[in-house]
Design a binder for this molecule. Structure first.
Ligand code: GLA
Length: 604
């Protein structure tokens, strides 16, 4: 007899033929080191949740066209199986666009090599790429669908398409992509209040995303879709942060009041996020509603489970509340992971950016500056993330104007001496006069592609057009890809060129220290006080970016990436150094702001 999966045939969900209420939580496997998956899902169970929801990031699973990764940290199948083992149901959100404060909303940057690309539409170049990706992804997860005995009870079609809505044929295309590959479970769409109008697709249940209840959102959903169960697919338990602003907090009591109200009205809910985790590496996204604002490395989100996995006050309050909706007592809360504040370590060696260039791949020669995505690197998939160095020669000083063609931020050097910084606000730098040919360099950082809004097609990075000196466009570039992948960091590690005399220290550059760990490694936070802006690598793992402007002034270092004995810490620092690296047991989130004090529209 075939088992009956999740159904939405009346005002109540049913699962296996019985009334069912979704008490869900989002945890993204790609934001949590794999050895911690189990702990985070156990915490979910202990909090009283019954369903795990996760996005699937296309840009990690297919980093180069036709090259797929579904193993180690990206072993989606094992993650879903683990959820099943814990007794959690799964709602899968495979995108292909996922938003999620993730570079380009999860879309691979190589899509932008096509200058006419129309992301999230039925433009043939996009459709073909989605088809090839779904040909890999869907058969991977198909055996884990409910009808096959697995935990996946529903699948989301795209993500908040109503807020983009550029092509009426697009949502039916994505729905068909799923169904034609054998997805028979309940389909859902997910939109905010405004987006609900255009976000749905025939055959999929509409759900809503919000944080406040005051605006009658639930009634709005019920009116749009009478005689259907109500689900808040993203109940925002907190909020994300951008560089240069405050850390968002959403007070536990304010959140609890809304969640209690929703439950008492019989609504199903998914906490976005239950546990946010970390944007390790260069994977953070950005916002741009007129001003470009890249997101920070931490994705703590002020969620019930903190970035390092602590069960916060929110988590405890929710556990009390959710326990009333279970007939059995909830499992024990797992004991907290121990953390350690290791002794500070002193920087021992340094290597300037200029000396590190021997360890990059051969530079590319081009008359005009090429954007990152179109560089002939990574098997012609272009450069996706990190820094690109553009060098050319000039024979005069004068007025350098970026014409707003820098994405997103460039340090400018003449003869490798720093002369200024270009970004969206500062588009002019004066180059000093001198005789003869001189080298002009731009170290351009891709600070993260926008993940939300209508500007997705404009997310090419690096130098994206002409830069002029005294009104003449610069030509004749040497372009170095500095995506700082493990291969490059590994080459750096093994060179004898590191210097120990700190009188010759030059930034930008790499600095190295050793951390000795006695006994079993524990989680810790690296406190970045005194440092300027850069990236930290521990034993080759990219922990992400830091920046003195905050709000985040630390980086989460999972103990699992340390080993007992000697550990290597490499910093890439752009502007100002400190002699040491300090560790702390707790994260200092810097200045905070209460999300209830923000204008409502910022949360849409
Ligand atoms: C929307 C998106 C999510 C995320 C949240 C904000 O609801 O669907 O992916 O970006 O906003 O955290």
């Amino acid at each position: 007899m075939s088992r009956r999966g999740l159904r939405a045939d009346s005002t109540q969900f049913t699962l296996e033929g019985k009334p069912f209420r979704i008490l869900g939580g989002s945890v993204h496997y790609f934001r949590v080191p794999r050895p911690y998956w189990r702990d985070r899902l156990l915490q979910m169970k202990a909090c009283g949740l019954n369903t795990l929801t996760t996005y699937v990031p296309w840009n990690l699973h297919e980093p180069e066209r036709g090259t797929f990764h579904f193993h180690d940290q990206l072993d989606l199948k094992s993650y879903i199986r683990l959820a099943a083992e814990m007794g959690l149901w799964v709602i899968l959100r495979p995108g292909p666009y996922i938003c999620a404060e993730w570079d380009l909303g999860g879309l691979p940057s190589w899509l932008l090599q096509d200058k006419d690309m129309q992301l999230r539409t039925t433009y043939p170049g996009f459709v073909n790429a989605v088809n090839l990706y779904f040909d890999k992804l869907i058969p991977t997860v198909k055996p884990l669908m409910f009808e096959e005995g697995g935990p996946i009870i529903a699948v989301q079609v795209e993500n908040e398409y109503g807020s983009y809505a550029k092509d009426e044929e697009y949502m039916p295309f994505i729905r068909n992509c799923l169904q034609s590959r054998g997805v028979n479970e309940l389909l859902m769409t997910s939109d905010n209040w405004e987006g609900l109008k255009y976000g749905g697709v025939a055959g999929a249940l509409k759900t809503i995303n919000f944080q406040r209840l005051s605006v009658g959102a639930i009634q709005h959903l019920a009116d749009m879709q009478p005689q259907k169960p109500l689900l808040v697919m993203e109940y925002w338990s907190g909020w994300f942060d951008v560089w240069g602003e405050h850390h968002h907090v959403f007070h536990a009591e304010d959140m609890l009041a809304v969640v209690s109200e929703l439950l008492s009205r019989g609504v199903s809910i998914n906490l976005y996020m239950f546990h946010g985790g970390t944007n390790f590496g260069f994977m953070n996204g950005a916002l741009d509603f007129g001003t470009y604002k890249p997101q920070v490395t931490s994705y703590d989100y002020d969620a019930p489970l903190s970035e390092a996995g602590d069960c916060t006050m929110k988590c405890q309050l929710l556990r009390n509340l959710f326990s009333q909706y279970h007939s059995e007592p909830l499992p024990q809360v797992p004991s907290p992971q121990e953390r350690r504040a290791y002794e500070p370590v002193v920087m021992q060696q340094h290597l300037s950016l200029w000396d590190s260039l021997h360890f990059t791949d051969k530079p590319h020669r081009s008359e005009k500056a090429l954007n990152m995505e179109n560089l002939p690197v990574n098997n012609n998939n272009g450069q996706s993330y990190g820094y690109t160095l553009y060098e050319t020669t000039v024979t005069s000083g004068g007025a350098l104007n970026s014409m707003n063609n820098i994405r997103d931020r460039a340090l400018v050097f003449v003869e490798r001496e720093y002369v200024g910084c270009l970004d969206y606000k500062t588009q002019k730098v004066t180059l000093p006069e001198a005789k003869g040919e001189r080298m002009l360099s731009f170290l351009v950082e891709n600070c993260g592609r926008v993940n939300y809004g209508k500007a997705l097609n404009d997310q090419r990075k690096g130098i994206v057009g002409d830069i002029v000196l005294n009104h003449s466009p610069l030509r004749g570039f040497n372009i170095f890809c500095l995506d700082m992948k493990p291969r490059f960091i590994n080459r750096l590690t093994h060179t004898a060129q590191w210097k120990t005399d700190f009188r010759s220290l030059a930034v930008p550059g790499f600095l190295q220290a050793r951390l000795n760990v006695d006994g079993s490694p524990r989680d810790t936070f690296i406190q970045m006080t005194g440092w300027g802006k850069g990236v930290v690598f521990v034993n080759g793992q990219n922990l992400g970016r830091y920046w003195f402007i905050g709000p985040q002034r630390f980086l989460y270092l999972p103990g699992h990436w340390l080993r007992s004995g000697e550990n290597q810490i490499i910093l890439f620092e752009e502007q100002r150094t400190n002699g040491e690296v300090v560790f702390t047991e707790n994260a200092d989130h810097g200045k905070t702001i209460d999300v209830y004090k923000l204008p409502f529209c910022t949360l849409l």
